[in-house]
Write a protein that binds this ligand. Structure first.
Ligand code: UDX
Length: 453
């Protein structure tokens, strides 16, 4: 099939490249000339394992190309994906201006070029329920019928860091539209995955739109829930890693997304939970569970740091911290809503020195001018002459650290705050650290943690 994908962010670029890999002819559109220049050299503008190789393979095979304009091969294209960003606004509402700009340009181009053939306009971006109906109303206002352009919702569930794998092995593909013809075309497009037994759910456009928010909000709920259990473990002497295991053994609960940490981040969970709460409120309904999930997430970032402050009796001025992991999760260079940012900010505001290391994040504009902040080239350099290590993101490289070596270059007593449960408290203690491992072990002087941290 001939396909256009508008927007070359995580979702758009991964979708476009993988659809080309399935043998389709794909044009990815982006209005940013700098981004296009990078893409034309077969390089992804962001770090995503495996993406560069696939980009090159498909460009070389002539199946994937890039353009600034929707017009170029509009006439001969039948399927269009709108995958532009929907960033959050102050109120929590999603900013849909980029989505509607593409929609308006699409219909204008359809009219200008005098098209009469059937096309499908798919919304891939995460949009609040009701957006598809609004797009249909815009189409009608241009005098275009559903027999000419059908609107379809196809939310994306891929995760950063494993995006390519997720594209080819989704748990399900959701397509929502009132046009059976459009649903048939898009089902056929995903045929190779469908034939691999991926279930395809055909539903209404509203259900499809809401399913993405419902799924993300539920996953965020699991994380906030286990984070609260971790906090409770610290107050009771129970061990959260066993609690997660025991809960996960119950098939009704499921073993995924039960890892405690310093709060979830990224471009989806924080934004989507806020947008869902906002949408419900607009409709006169308070989504109490999801609102609490957000609150817990915000306080979790501060709570994990209360252990650090507590140990130093709230005086960390002049102390040096080695911060391991900046990205919001491993295998990405994305720092959007990363808990590390809150943690670094808190440390610097209290006069501490922060030496951070991350395998992919090499600069942080917001802290660039602070002379107490630096990004160093490995974990051992970060630990040198530091008072404490704070492990924030569980990159694999942090699972195999030479703990004795790390400790030997640190100031005494050497502290290790493991916010991701990477090490057992025993292992850290055997290496000579005073330890805090989330939900498992408190530093001896930190027993006075209160309910809200
Ligand atoms: C998420 C959804 O998983 C994906 O389906 C959707 O399309 C986009 O949003 P992503 O943001 O890439 O994907 O990352 P994910 O792996 O879900 O992690 C999100 C955040 O939750 C990270 O900060 C991660 O550290 C945190 N997390 C995840 C936990 O703290 N504990 C867990 O058990 C799982």
């Amino acid at each position: 099939m001939k396909i256009m994908v508008v927007g070359t962010g995580y979702v758009g670029l991964v979708t476009g490249t993988c659809l080309a890999d399935l043998g389709n002819s794909v044009t990815c559109i982006d209005s940013n000339p700098d981004k296009l220049a990078v893409l034309k050299t077969c390089k992804s503008p962001f770090y995503e394992p495996g993406l560069d190789e696939r980009l090159k393979r498909n460009v070389d095979a002539g199946r994937l190309n890039f353009s600034e304009s929707l017009k170029d091969s509009f006439s001969e294209t039948g399927v269009f994906f709108n995958a532009v960003g929907t960033p959050p606004m102050e109120s929590g509402e999603s900013d849909l201006s980029y989505v509607y700009a593409v929609v308006n340009e699409f219909f204008k181009t359809y009219k200008e070029l005098g098209c009469t053939d059937f096309k499908v306009l798919i919304t891939k971006s995460t949009v609040p329920v009701g957006t598809g109906s609004e797009i249909e109303a815009i189409r009608n206002s241009h005098g275009i019928t559903e027999d000419q352009v059908a609107i379809l919702s196809n939310p994306e569930f891929l995760r950063e860091g494993t995006a390519i794998y997720d594209f080819f092995h989704p748990d399900r593909i959701v397509i929502g539209s009132s046009s059976e013809k459009a649903l048939d075309i898009v089902q056929e497009l995903y045929g190779p995955l469908y034939r691999n037994e991926t279930p395809i759910v055909r539903t209404s456009i509203q259900t499809s739109e809401l399913s993405k928010y419902a799924s993300n909000a539920f996953l965020a709920t699991k994380i906030s829930f286990i984070n609260e259990m971790a906090n409770l473990c610290e107050l009771t002497g129970a061990d959260v890693s066993d609690i997660s295991k025991i809960m996960g053994m119950d098939g009704r609960i499921g073993k995924y997304f039960l890892h405690p940490g310093p709060g979830y981040g990224g471009s989806c969970f924080p934004k989507d939970t806020k947008a869902l709460v906002y949408l419900a409120k607009q409709l006169g309904y308070n989504l109490n569970v999801v609102a609490a999930v957000e609150d817990v997430n915000e306080s979790q970032k501060k709570r994990v740091m209360s252990h650090v402050l507590d140990y130093f009796d709230n005086d960390i001025a002049g102390k040096t911290f080695a911060l391991l992991g900046i990205s919001f999760k491993p295998n990405t260079d994305d720092v959007r809503e990363a808990s590390s940012l809150t943690i670094i900010d808190l440390l610097l505001k209290q006069g501490a020195i922060v030496k951070a290391f991350d395998p992919e994040v090499k600069s942080l504009a917001q802290f660039e001018d602070n002379q107490n902040f630096s990004i160093v080239s490995d974990s051992y350099e970060a630990a040198e002459l530091s008072d404490a290590i704070i492990l924030v993101t569980e990159w694999n490289t942090f699972r195999e650290l030479d703990l004795e070596r790390l400790k030997s270059s640190m100031n005494k007593p050497s502290l290790f705050f493991d916010l991701r449960n990477v090490y057992s408290p025993e292992k850290l203690r055997d290496a000579g650290f005073e330890t805090y491992v989330i939900g498992r072990k408190l530093l001896s002087s930190s027993q006075k943690i209160t309910q809200n941290g």
